[in-house]
Design a protein around this ligand. Structure first.
Ligand code: NOJ
Length: 539
């Protein structure tokens, strides 16, 4: 019997820096996070994904690592990490951590040695050129800041490759010594109890763009090596790849069940936003249908938002514009012409019914759902902050100063708190929502609890159920003889639908946006409110 725990996990992503500050220095830390584990357990979370917490000059929110074996002193100590892991395990919460090995920080000792000594063994840990080719702009990840993939380093007397900021030199994945280092890093955190890794920038890691003589089969083969190493150290550990690629490339990452167990569902996410903008179920169906079949041990990780811009780059230009028009009409809400730098509730103008609709989709679409901190309370964004900073404000725990995140003066916070308007912590926070049975937090707890009772949604065999209403998306999922059906009305108008191929008319309501009349078991017409959702168990 295989342990496929990740197929029905409830994942929660957070940045230790912005979650809870225990010592009043303005920076979130591991002891603060540890204090909040009971909150997370109460919400129903079963797996945390921690953004990078390693020592870092913080040029890219910790995605520029200078020591893979430590904890950034701002966030605590390795001892604090181990205490946190112990307490998480006591609560049945697994932890996966970011593995950022496409690049290091420029401050990493490997790069420091590599640049100062041509004969150092670290020289070949990076990719150098005396005469680099001109960059294809589509390979530059941060086009507003960088205009090249290569930067000249005076000390090294050569150009080095970097797909992201120039402070993030790319590692040379074609070098076996680098691969060994990567496995060693995984081995270290596995010994400390993590259940797996999020592989940052996976396509950049294995595409080998800029690496001379790199062979695609060899680089892709490294994903198999990583997996073999991983499970040799911990059989139930997983690799979750950040691979925002076209459908025909997905097999490169899932392999034949021998590479990554999980992939972020970028394609479905982008189609979901397009479907919401158009209020059209067929667009969502299309998003599901383009996903290739994968080995039964593979799983999608579904999400609404994460810590970056909501990227729309797998869609056509006209489709991106449709989404911009609906949810991010001002230029300041957009990023790089291909993304949205807002959180969901402001995108939906605070329409609670519609917000619930989206999270109901998240919880029922085939795959494992992931929430990002603050989504459970409907946190907003701060568009006055630069770039992706708009969605990285601190967690709002209470109406106390800084939202109860920290007792430091507001100007000492690692990142600001939202302190005004309808999304300000004075009005929107965990404590007040916990007292309110009608809050979005209370709703989320209930929704998650129900979702856990129907694992068919996560790992069952799904089918689209045809309806007579173009705005109503319906699907069923079946596993071990149990069937569930979910219907979602993407439009504001109430509908009555007929499910054309309902296998069984005996449907038991298990979760919905409002109480509905008991269904007449001889009819297969179903009522649904505007932006409504209904989950059924088929009796
Ligand atoms: C993807 C991460 O999600 C993003 O935040 C980061 O800037 C890049 N990788 C570079 O590491």
């Amino acid at each position: 019997m295989q342990n496929l725990w990740y197929k029905n996990a409830i994942v929660y992503s957070l940045d230790v820096e912005t979650f809870m500050d225990s010592d009043g220095d303005g920076v979130g830390d591991f002891p603060g996070l540890t204090q909040k584990l009971d909150y997370l357990a109460g919400l129903g979370i079963t797996c945390l994904w921690l953004l990078p917490f390693y020592p870092s000059p913080n040029r890219d929110n910790g995605y520029d690592v200078m020591d893979y074996y430590g904890v950034d002193p701002r966030l605590g100590t390795l001892g604090d990490f181990v205490e946190f892991m112990h307490k998480a395990r006591e609560r049945g919460i697994r932890v996966i951590v970011d593995l950022v090995v496409n690049h290091t920080s420029i401050a990493h000792p490997w790069f420091q040695e590599a640049r100062s000594d041509r004969n150092s063994k670290y020289r070949n840990y990076y990719v150098w050129s005396d005469n680099p080719p001109p960059a294809d702009p589509k390979h530059i990840a941060f086009p507003d800041v960088e205009d090249s993939l290569w930067d000249y380093d005076d000390k090294a007397g050569a150009y080095y490759l970097h797909h992201f900021y120039k402070e993030q030199p790319d590692l040379n994945i074609a070098n076996p010594a680098v691969r060994e280092e990567i496995c060693k890093i995984m081995g270290f955190w596995l010994e400390l109890g993590v259940s797996g890794f999020r592989i940052d920038a996976a396509p950049f890691l294995i595409q080998g763009i800029g690496i001379p003589d790199a062979k695609p089969e060899d680089l892709e083969g490294f994903l198999i090596e990583m997996r073999e190493f991983l499970v040799s150290r911990r059989a139930d550990a997983i690799l979750l790849a950040e691979a925002n690629v076209d459908a025909d490339q997905i097999g490169v990452y899932f392999g034949n069940g021998d590479k990554m167990q999980m992939l972020f569902s970028f394609l479905l996410n982008q189609h979901m936003f397009l479907a919401l903008a158009r209020q059209d179920a067929a667009t969502l169906v299309e998003g599901l249908k383009i996903l290739p079949d994968a080995h039964h041990t593979c799983q999608w990780l579904n999400f609404v938002r994460h810590h970056d811009e909501l990227t729309l780059d797998r869609l056509q230009e006209s489709e991106i514009q449709e989404i911009f028009q609906a949810f991010a009409p001002e230029e300041n809400m957009q990023m790089w012409g291909r993304g949205v730098r807002r959180r969901l509730p402001p995108m939906l103008e605070g329409d609670r019914q519609r917000v619930e609709l989206v999270y109901s989709l998240l919880l029922t679409l085939p795959g494992t759902p992931m929430l990002r901190y603050g989504e459970e309370i409907g946190m907003g964004d701060d568009l006055s902050l630069e770039g992706r900073g708009s969605v990285r404000t601190v967690m709002q725990w209470s109406s106390k100063a800084n939202g109860g995140f920290s007792s430091a003066p507001a100007d000492k916070l690692a990142r600001p708190a939202i302190d005004r308007g309808e999304y300000g912590y004075q009005k929107l926070n965990v404590t007040s929502q916990q007292r309110d049975p009608n809050s979005i937090l209370s709703w989320m707890e209930r929704a998650i609890r129900t979702r856990k009772q129907y694992p068919e949604f996560g790992s069952g065999k799904w089918k689209i159920v045809a309806t007579n209403e173009p705005s109503v998306f319906a699907h069923s999922s079946q596993q071990n003889g149990n069937t569930v059906i979910a219907i979602h009305n993407l439009s504001a108008q109430p509908r009555t639908i007929t499910m054309k191929s309902a296998e069984d008319p005996h449907l038991l309501d298990v979760f919905s946006d409002r109480p509905y009349e008991q269904m007449d078991c001889h009819s297969n017409s179903i009522e649904i409110s505007g932006y409504g959702y209904r989950w059924f168990q088929v009796n």
